[in-house]
Design a binder for this molecule. Structure first.
Ligand code: FUL
Length: 481
């Protein structure tokens, strides 16, 4: 006997069906917070390593330096922000205190600071000067406050945690807001420690009570992103050479990261497909061999071409670049560094001048529910809020972009709509040449952004083949240059 479906059930199932076809894809968890999303979109930030090391020629100060040594005679933070802005960077993170414990602001908790230095007769305050200058230029400001303090007599005892938090509070309340706070993991053991001149070992996993510190900062400044090896906001990329993993998952299993774990740097570099937390990789690298300025490295500043390579292996792999510019003894970004940065900007502007895919004719093997809300044209409309998506069961797909006339193509840029999670596991790109499709690139993850540099090819059609994904692909942007 045929079963009669009550009419109200029928209408209910019809509604459910039509909603299912047009409803956005369910997010693939975990997904970024709004603050992490903003951080991704910044793409390029600058690190500033400046302290008493600049005057002693060291990379790691012992903590016993004579304060008077800090004496940059022509400091002009507006020169720093000018070049940073012109080169297209969005934020700056300053080493307010490095491992030597010397503070670039007149902290009331220590004598080892600018207050007792020759700089502006003790009236200078680099943190304030730079925080103000960033505001004027529309740059975001962040701080590095070294947890390891080789000057502090109480380092290694619980009293130091209070000292550290007091300094952090001092910084936040006087010079915030900060888009990022950088917690460095280095600890070499020995130091001055108020005259003790000894080795002090701490248990990195428990000593600092990071959850407590983070809670304190979040209360004062909820939008701050925390950098440390393992996050929780953003993670270290696992090297200092400017290279994110070719496979770069923004997600990772935070509990699996601890110092000394075999292979931890590779894990940080690539993240993990089954990661349980959204902790994307930040790529920190210096424009010079050292983090601090050393005159003998004036000829070793990375060239514009080297910086562009780093751009491709960091931003081009979905990471955010944190490029270090160390001010010199005058308190200025050295001419050679400025020249490289401006040259780097020129390369970016030349290579990515005209997006051939903008509003181009684009089709895909399918789109979600045949609903124009998810149509392929959303990938070429230059609007990060719109995206192309497939039906739930689809994990491989094709996208074809017709440029209408032949151009020499050098780069393809892809971006997933990561608010719904990172999905794509592997894909390839093809170009229509000699009347057939030829593979021009093969890659794994896309995430926030993937830039494929290809051997220049003359073509009028580009095809993207998504080969595998964790769930239906969701792409917000494709550019072709
Ligand atoms: C490291 C530090 O030891 C270096 O001096 C530098 O600050 C770098 C960014 O992080 O852990």
């Amino acid at each position: 006997m045929r079963k009669i479906i009550p009419i109200f059930l029928l209408s209910l199932s019809l509604t459910t069906y039509s909603q299912q076809t047009t409803k956005p894809p369910a997010p693939v968890l975990p997904t970024p917070t709004d603050y992490q999303m903003t951080w991704h979109q910044m793409e390029m930030n600058v690190f500033i390593h400046f302290t008493i090391n600049t005057f002693t020629g060291k990379e790691w100060g012992y903590g016993d330096e004579n304060n008077a040594l800090f004496n940059p005679s022509q400091t002009d933070v507006n020169q720093w922000t000018k070049v940073v802005k012109e080169a297209g960077f969005k934020g700056m993170i300053l080493t307010c205190k490095h491992h030597d414990g010397f503070c670039l602001w007149p902290s009331k908790y220590t004598e080892h600071s600018v207050r007792n230095s020759a700089y502006k007769n003790g009236k200078g305050n680099i943190v304030k000067e730079l925080s103000d200058a960033c505001k004027v230029k529309g740059l975001k400001f962040g701080v590095y406050l070294s947890p390891w303090d080789r000057n502090s007599a109480v380092y290694g005892t619980p009293a130091y945690i209070e000292y550290y938090r007091n300094q952090l509070k001092e910084l936040i309340t006087n010079y915030g807001p900060f888009f990022e706070v950088w917690f460095d993991g280095a600890n070499g053991g020995d130091g001055y420690y108020g005259g003790a001149n000894e080795k002090r070992r701490i248990n990195g996993a428990t000593y600092y009570d990071w959850p407590g510190t983070i809670k304190m900062v979040q209360k004062l400044q909820p939008k701050t992103i925390f950098f440390s090896d393992a996050g929780p906001g953003v993670r270290w990329v696992g090297n200092e050479s400017g290279v994110a993993g070719e496979t770069n998952w923004h997600i990772i299993n935070a509990d699996s990261i601890y110092a000394g774990k075999p292979g931890v740097q590779d894990l940080l570099n690539s993240g993990s497909e089954d990661g349980t937390k959204w902790i994307p990789a930040e790529t920190d690298v210096s424009i010079r061999p050292g983090w601090f300025y050393h005159k003998e490295e004036d000829s070793l500043v990375k060239s514009p071409e080297q910086l562009f390579e780093i751009y491709l292996t960091s931003v081009g792999r979905g990471s955010t670049l944190l490029l270090n510019l160390p001010p010199d003894r005058r308190g200025l970004i050295h001419e050679n560094d400025v020249k490289s940065l401006i040259g780097f900007r020129k390369i970016l502007d030349t290579e990515f001048k005209t997006n051939l895919a903008l509003n181009a004719a684009v089709k895909a093997s399918s789109y979600r529910g045949n609903d124009i809300k998810y149509a392929p044209k959303n990938m070429v409309d230059n609007n990060p809020a719109t995206y192309w998506a497939c039906n739930d069961n689809v994990k491989s797909a094709q996208i074809e972009i017709n440029l209408k006339q032949a151009y020499v193509v050098k780069y393809i840029v892809l971006q997933e709509y990561i608010k719904l999670g990172q999905r794509i596991k592997s894909f390839k790109a093809e170009a229509w040449t000699d009347n057939k499709w030829q593979t021009i690139a093969e890659a794994t993850t896309i995430g926030y952004k993937r830039i494929l540099r290809i051997k220049p090819v003359k073509t009028d059609k580009i095809r993207i083949l998504i080969l595998d994904a964790k769930a239906c692909p969701v792409i917000s942007n494709i550019c072709i240059y």
